[in-house]
Design a protein around this ligand. Structure first.
Ligand code: HEC
Length: 122
């Protein structure tokens, strides 16, 4: 009587175990694709335009020493930027003897870099 009961319990346990593992791997996968974190939003021109206005316009505005290279609109800035290629942009490079990026804080430079990397979106 006692032995029989133990055997049943064993079979029940194995059955439960198989059921749980089967269920866990197939019906409830651990990372369903729809629960993946959404990609970070891309940086747009409106986020970097205030930085250009604040840091660059004294020279690259209509009255600046670089008025022939104005940076007052998206179209004008895009004349100097290769979308996706932040590393080739003079402004983001550190050059001996100082460069334009030393007027930027680390966060501002990082945001502009990300904007160009994201494709210099409008
Ligand atoms: C103190 C004045 C001054 C400030 C501020 C300044 N620039 Fe310039 N910039 C210049 C001068 C002068 C040149 C041309 C000489 C050179 O290429 O270094 C130039 C050149 C450039 C060029 C290349 C233009 C070309 O003909 O290829 C770009 C792009 C540029 N600057 C962007 C910026 C950005 C973006 C900022 C703000 C983060 C900025 N500049 C801040 C003076 C300035």
């Amino acid at each position: 009587m006692r032995i029989k009961r133990k055997r049943w319990v064993g079979i029940l346990l194995i059955g439960t175990f198989l059921g749980l593992t089967g269920c866990g791997s197939a019906a409830h996968p651990q990372k369903p694709p729809q629960q993946a974190p959404p990609p970070a939003p891309k940086v747009h021109y409106e986020q970097v335009a205030p930085i250009f206005a604040q840091r660059c316009m004294m020279c690259h505005g209509p009255n600046g020493i670089e008025a022939q290279a104005p940076l007052t609109s998206y179209e004008e800035v895009l004349r100097f930027v290769s979308p996706g290629d932040a590393e080739s942009w003079l402004v983001l490079k550190t050059q001996p003897g100082g460069s334009m990026n030393e007027r930027l804080t680390a966060q501002e430079a990082a945001l502009i870099r990300q904007w160009v990397t994201d494709g210099a979106l409008r």
